[in-house]
Design a protein around this ligand. Structure first.
Ligand code: BTN
Length: 159
């Protein structure tokens, strides 16, 4: 009996490791980045398209921050384990737009993260100011757990 229990205990990490090796990184759900910004991504459709909402923690303006819509697509030609994606946030409280590109990663513990790079385009008054109109940066998002889609959509829109 003791031997059986011992063998089961030895096998357990292999089973859990095997399970996380199969798991795919899924874009839909709620995410938070290192700045404290939150976003919720809806289900990804058959063509790879998705929509969602973004609540940024920071702004380059002096405006009051509001929730903004996002629209994007995932490369889903084949259902990849760690898919690439892009999305655009059209800010409701400023005249700017941010485009994000990235990849959804799944680590050995089954933890997902979105590694992204972004370009934030601000409106300027003339082409002479074009040189200062675009900011660039990176963000890493991790999944906000214990919140279902309906709850996160509701808390985003209440802000
Ligand atoms: C603006 O300031 O005009 C709109 C908000 C921009 C927020 C940027 S987008 C890239 C970076 N990542 C975030 O989560 N927030 C900032």
């Amino acid at each position: 009996m003791g031997k059986v229990v011992f063998s089961l205990l030895l096998a357990l990490p292999l089973v859990t490791l095997g399970a996380s090796a199969d798991k795919k990184c899924v874009l839909s759900g709620s995410w938070r980045n290192e700045l404290g910004s939150n976003m919720t991504i809806s289900a990804v459709n058959a063509e790879g398209g998705f929509t969602g909402s973004y609540f940024t923690a920071v702004t380059a303006t002096n405006k009051r921050i509001l929730v903004s819509p996002l629209k994007g697509s995932q490369n889903s030609k084949s259902q990849r384990k760690q898919p690439t994606f892009g999305f655009t946030v059209s800010w409701t409280f400023s005249n700017s737009v941010t485009v994000f590109v990235g990849q959804c990663f799944m680590d050995d513990n089954g933890e997902e993260s979105l590694k992204t790079m972004w370009l934030l385009r601000q409106e300027v008054g003339s082409p002479f100011a074009d040189w200062k109109a675009t900011r660039v940066g990176t963000n890493v998002f991790t999944r906000i757990k214990g919140q279902n889609m309906r709850e996160s959509m509701r808390s985003d829109s209440a802000r």
